[in-house]
Design a protein around this ligand. Sequence first.
Ligand code: HEM
Ligand code: HEM
Length: 182
Amino acid sequence: MNAANRPAGYSGLQKLLHWVIAVIVLVLIAVGVNMVRRGLATNFDAVTNQLYTAHKTFGFLVLMLVILRVIVRTRRGTPLPEPGLSRLQVIAAEAVHGLLYLLLLAVPLLGWLGVSAFDARGILGGFQLPALLAPNPDLGKLILKYHGYAAFAMAVLIAAHIGAALMHRFVLKDGVLKRMLP
Ligand code: HEM
Ligand code: HEM
């Protein structure tokens, strides 16, 4: 897409998807870490199992929303970088956003692959996610280990991303944060 036909700003749908996905992902990271600890401490009591079910359901929802978001982004494009940023700032922001998109797809996909191999596909409402792999608990454990590592990498990037947004707002006092606000 050349500069002339890039939109002036993010659309309402792009902003809505950014914030809905952001909130769900932050909760999923907190719930994910806690449910794993709780499972070890309680040998998987009923509450732990409910946390796992909710985690899988909302994680799958994130995957669907991110696919929609990538389609919207491909069709509509994104605004040019905020004027006044250095080349290095633009490259750093684009690298972090690109990695975030990659992980927003990879993390839930690894979760789905993991629970497929582990044969624990139940989600809220008594539904089952479709199986992507044949049952193989050892493989399931391995995939879920990488699901956890990828989620921690995403948490680090999110911290940098939020830190950058706050720095733009309160230190540099430029218009970057406003671009994503309603
Ligand atoms: C963006 C979406 C997701 C995020 C950010 C996320 C994040 C996390 C985190 C932080 C953990 C804890 C890892 C650990 O402490 O070792 C975790 C564990 C887990 N996640 Fe997710 N997750 C997501 C999507 C999914 C999906 C879609 C599924 C399955 C359909 C899933 C299934 C699991 C399972 C089964 C565990 C427990 C692994 C274990 O017991 O070792 N997650 N997730
Ligand atoms: C308090 C939390 C957050 C704030 C203040 C924030 C702020 C922003 C801002 C201002 C932008 C626009 C940057 C620009 O192009 O000028 C942006 C873009 C983006 N944010 Fe966030 N964000 C937050 C949380 C998150 C989280 C949790 C994720 C990932 C799960 C995320 C993923 C992204 C991505 C992928 C983009 C690139 C959008 C695109 O160009 O398509 N953000 N964010």
